[in-house]
Design a protein around this ligand. Structure first.
Ligand code: GRF
Length: 188
């Protein structure tokens, strides 16, 4: 069985979607949910899904081995970032080489990097009058949104679109493609 840990900083709708996708698949387990944000909506979702949730602060995450040790002790095989806003520290990257996967709500390398998260991304896409956007699922390295691309999916953007309508279209792509891309990746 492959064990996944999901990191999220916000609502956690992707985390819940991934959990639901694998609920009937015994070969994959969502073993742990971790967040840097004690107010994150993902905490309530984790409680509802009966998944242990860990809340950590910046020192624990970026300046100690506590999180890496915890993931190793729990036998975690893959780390999934689903709306996690902090840079991944070197010790975590090294502990899970090519086993940390992120989803970004744009077609990287466009609209990526520090500060480009959530609504900011969709506002920039609309402001630049792009005619398409989408999602990028990629391996994580020590820079924001910079690792090898695994999968991308697109949706159109037209002049009537707002950041909100773009966000809704992108979320649909996330829900449709993130779990199945993870499944292909971890089960081959
Ligand atoms: C998603 O748009 C994802 O692409 C980005 O952060 C957002 C997380 O949303 N990385 P949620 O917390 O899963 O609802």
């Amino acid at each position: 069985m492959k064990k996944l840990a999901i990191f999220a900083s916000g609502s956690g709708s992707n985390a819940e979607n991934i959990f639901n996708y694998f609920k009937e698949k015994p070969e994959v387990e969502i073993s742990l949910i971790l967040t840097n944000n004690p107010q994150a909506g993902v905490i309530e979702r984790a409680n509802r899904m009966n998944i242990p949730v860990i809340v950590f602060n910046r020192f624990t995450f970026s300046k100690s081995d506590k999180i890496v040790d915890l993931l190793k002790n729990q036998g975690i095989d893959w780390v999934i970032l689903a709306g996690f806003l902090w840079l991944i520290p070197k010790n975590l990257i090294e502990a899970f080489p090519n086993k940390i996967v992120n989803i970004h709500p744009a077609l990287l390398p466009k609209f990526g990097g520090k500060g480009m998260w959530g609504h900011h991304v969709h506002e920039a896409v609309v402001a630049q009058k792009e005619n398409e956007t989408g999602i990028t699922i990629h391996f994580v390295n020590e820079k924001y949104d910079d690792g090898k691309v695994i999968f991308q999916a697109k949706c159109t953007v037209n002049e009537e679109d707002t950041a909100d309508t773009v966000a809704a279209k992108v979320h649909q792509l996330e829900y449709e493609f993130f779990p199945v891309t993870i499944e292909k990746l971890i089960l081959g």
